[in-house]
Design a protein around this ligand. Structure first.
Ligand code: C5P
Length: 401
């Protein structure tokens, strides 16, 4: 999938901080995604990483000095941002936040920030020691820059270069990229609360065996990511998968259908949208053993008995104040006929059909959306693109709901 950052010009500002070494990687990743990167460094930043490295990685001249005569009109503080799509300061030091909050312009980067066109977004990824971050003066300055429309990415909590532990670590480059990608996404789900189930369930037979299915969780995770990028507060209730939680999404891990049901029902009352993507086992083993079942003789096979699992989607759809419900149907044939029928049977406004064995574990999929007006195909694409399309289709429908 083409990144939303492809073709964008990002002015990447580095200020003083050990996290500069991570920004070398960030710069490279931006380039790989097709962004044009213009690096500007403060004098302090050059103590941590050289302009030579950043020039090699960005493929562009690096500017550090407001009196740099290489720009024809000698005004790098103006010229460098006029064709830019965003300014990103990473790492952003305590001192630089102070300068932004007070409108200082005593070096190239701070002057460039205050001279930016009013429409140009400015993002900062703070990086500092825990005490510096929690100091009331810093917190005052952070509140001020937010109020001025500067978007703050992070920081995260964790172990710091100084050996202390706490808030103030810069986000990892991949997380900063996720924030940046999201910043260029229209916020069609701003403020909405979205609950999503994803992945398979695992129904134990005994402590070491169980029944599961081939769902990888990729589609549900992609939808969670896309909903977060569209401005939603997303909770993902996930069965066992090999996937990392998408950045920005709150994930709860469960194993069985019953656990997934309980986790969903415990929080569904506060949700605006419920998207049931999980491939939930219809049955569990009623006579599961607490001990490993032994093979005693060649002819002796265990007799499993099954009990029906709760239908999570049906339980949610039946609530008096049900959120907007979206179901998935993985069929093996006759998708158009079965999909339309399943939407009515499940009593939900939107059902997403796909051919199960063509999608499980794959990176691509094709979808058919069924609603009260009929059906609509989303042609074959990678799951991230389909997830974004689906999120905007859901957003359209809740606006007119
Ligand atoms: O009836 P079927 O299992 O094909 O329905 C699939 C849809 O119902 C999916 O959205 C799936 O997540 C949901 N489902 C559920 N709980 C179950 C079975 C299916 O939420 N026990």
């Amino acid at each position: 999938m083409a990144s939303r950052l492809a073709g964008k010009k990002i002015v990447l500002g580095l200020t003083g901080g050990v996290a500069c070494y991570k920004v070398a990687d960030l710069c490279r990743s931006l380039g790989k995604l097709g962004a044009k990167v213009q690096v500007v460094m403060t004098q302090s930043a050059t103590q941590f990483i050289t302009p030579v490295t950043m020039q090699a990685l960005s493929g562009n001249t690096v500017y550090t000095d407001q009196w740099d005569a290489r720009i024809a009109n000698n005004m790098p503080h103006i010229d460098l941002t006029r064709d830019a799509d965003a300014i990103l300061i990473a790492p952003c030091s305590t001192n630089f936040i102070y300068k932004l909050a007070h409108g200082a312009c005593d070096d190239l980067l701070s002057t460039l920030c205050i001279a930016r066109p009013a429409h140009l977004p400015l993002f900062i990824a703070p990086a500092m020691n825990v005490e510096m971050w929690s100091n009331p003066a810093t917190q005052r300055n952070v509140a001020q820059v937010k109020q001025d429309g500067i978007q703050v990415f992070g920081p995260a909590a964790g172990e710091q270069a100084c050996g202390e532990v706490g808030m103030g670590r810069m986000l990892e480059p991949a997380q900063i990229l996720a924030e940046l990608e999201a910043a260029f996404q229209s916020k069609t789900m701003a403020g909405k609360r979205v609950l999503i189930t994803a992945g398979p369930t695992f129904e134990p037979i005994d402590p070491v065996r169980g029944i599961t299915n081939l769902s990888s969780g990729k589609m549900g995770y992609a939808i969670a990511q896309a909903a977060w990028e569209a401005g939603a507060h997303v909770t993902l209730v996930s069965g066992p998968t090999a996937l990392d939680a998408p950045y920005g999404v709150q994930r709860q891990q469960v194993q069985t259908a019953q656990q997934m049901h309980d986790a969903v029902m415990a929080q569904v009352n506060t949700q605006d949208i419920f998207i049931a993507v999980a491939a939930v086992a219809d049955w569990r083993v009623a006579n599961a053993s607490n001990q490993k079942i032994k093979k005693s003789s060649d002819s002796d096979t265990p007799q499993l008995q099954f009990a029906q699992n709760p239908d999570i989607l049906a339980s949610v759809a039946a609530l008096a104040k049900a959120p907007y419900c979206v179901g998935f149907a993985a069929e093996s044939e006759n998708l158009l006929e079965y999909g339309a029928a399943k939407r009515i049977k499940k009593n939900i406004p939107l059902l997403v059909g796909n051919i199960g064995h063509q999608t499980f574990g794959k990176d691509e999929n094709e979808l058919v959306l069924f609603d009260a007006n009929g059906h609509q195909a989303l042609p074959k694409a990678d799951k991230q693109s389909l997830a974004k399309q689906l999120v905007s289709e859901i957003a359209k429908r809740i606006q007119t709901n």
